[in-house]
Write a protein that binds this ligand. Structure first.
Ligand SMILES: C[S@@+](CC[C@H](N)C(=O)[O-])C[C@H]1O[C@@H](n2cnc3c(N)ncnc32)[C@H](O)[C@@H]1O
Length: 304
């Protein structure tokens, strides 16, 4: 069926709906989420393709054994913690894996009993829904702008920014060489090289990039990956070099929360003279793509 036949059929169908029922039908079309699968955008299809390519290159928890500090830290959590990368595994994929018994959302409180509790999931990447939300709804038009993703890992922010924004250039800086190789593989396969570049480095060695960035993205960068004193050093570097007036900083969680985990050392980074927080619309309806709880962790700041 071509576009004009489909359009005519939909108009014909709507004209036959009882007028009293019509508002209900329109509301259902707009908000129910049952039609979401029909409205998959091209960008989302590409991102799903990338996730599929990456899944086969990584173990299910999407961590490399070289990340010994992060693995150790997760093991110290008082409750069972499962790494599920939200970019690689969307809700539907997790459901399928649970049905196949390859993953579980629950753990047993007493072995052998039916008493179970939900497992705590941790993701080291943004989901495709969060990427669309950030680049289409949180950030303004990025035409001609330079974006830096601090700790680019699988490259999700770079691919999302390439597809959902007009940013002129997107740089990813990642300290782990194995993730740099994966990002390079994707950039080459999907032809993102005209606007995306990745650098294998500690962000603290990239002061030029930080000083020239129009947008800096920081998704849980340091907490799980660096010792406390290294986190303080890295935050101080960000504080002193992300300083282009009017530049934007997107963080998860809020800067205040990240600094609180630095315990008594949080005063070593003074944020009041540095940034102002900007309002973000957390109530946006994004159908199946949107998890309002996850959106609430996304914070936007402007450099003063
Ligand atoms: C939670 S992941 C963020 C992934 C990605 N930005 C996203 O949102 O999908 C954080 C990444 O930061 C990297 N990282 C930690 N400290 C770093 C540093 N000092 N310089 C560069 N990368 C760092 C880690 O290796 C990890 O891959």
């Amino acid at each position: 069926m071509n576009f004009s036949t489909a359009k005519n059929e939909i108009m014909h169908l709507l004209s036959r709906v009882d007028v009293k029922e019509l508002p209900k039908v329109i509301k259902w079309i707009k908000t129910s989420g049952e039609l979401d699968d029909c409205f998959n955008d091209n960008e989302k299809i590409i991102l799903r393709g990338i996730a599929k390519d990456l899944r086969v290159c990584l173990p299910m928890e999407a961590m490399f054994s070289s990340e010994s500090f992060a693995i150790q830290k997760a093991q110290q959590n008082p409750l069972p913690l499962v790494h599920v990368d939200a970019f690689l595994y969307d809700e539907d994929t997790v459901d399928v894996l649970c049905e196949e018994g390859k993953m579980s959302r629950y753990y047993c409180l007493h072995c052998g009993s039916h008493r179970t509790a939900p497992l705590e999931f941790i993701s080291h990447s943004f989901s495709t829904g969060e990427l669309k939300y950030i680049f289409r709804h949180v950030l303004p038009d990025l035409t001609g702008q330079m974006v830096v993703d601090v700790g680019s890992r699988l490259g999700a922010v770079l691919y999302g920014g390439y597809l959902y924004s007009s940013a002129a250039k997107l740089f990813g800086v990642e300290i782990n060489a194995e993730f740099i190789d994966l990002q390079k593989m994707v950039i080459q396969k999907y032809g993102f090289g005209d606007r995306v570049e990745v650098i294998h480095a500690d962000i603290c060695s990239q002061v030029n990039l930080l000083q020239n960035a129009d947008v800096v993205v920081m998704n849980n960068v340091f907490e799980y990956f660096l010792e406390l004193h290294e986190q303080i050093r890295a935050w101080q570097c960000i504080r002193h070099n992300v300083r282009k007036k009017g530049a934007l900083l997107v963080t998860v969680p809020s800067i205040k929360e990240s600094l609180t985990t630095l315990q008594g050392k949080k005063d070593s980074v003074d944020i009041h003279q540095w940034v102002e927080e900007l309002p973000v619309n957390y109530n946006l309806y994004m159908g199946k793509d949107g998890d309002p709880d996850a959106f609430k962790d996304i914070h936007l700041y402007r450099i003063l």
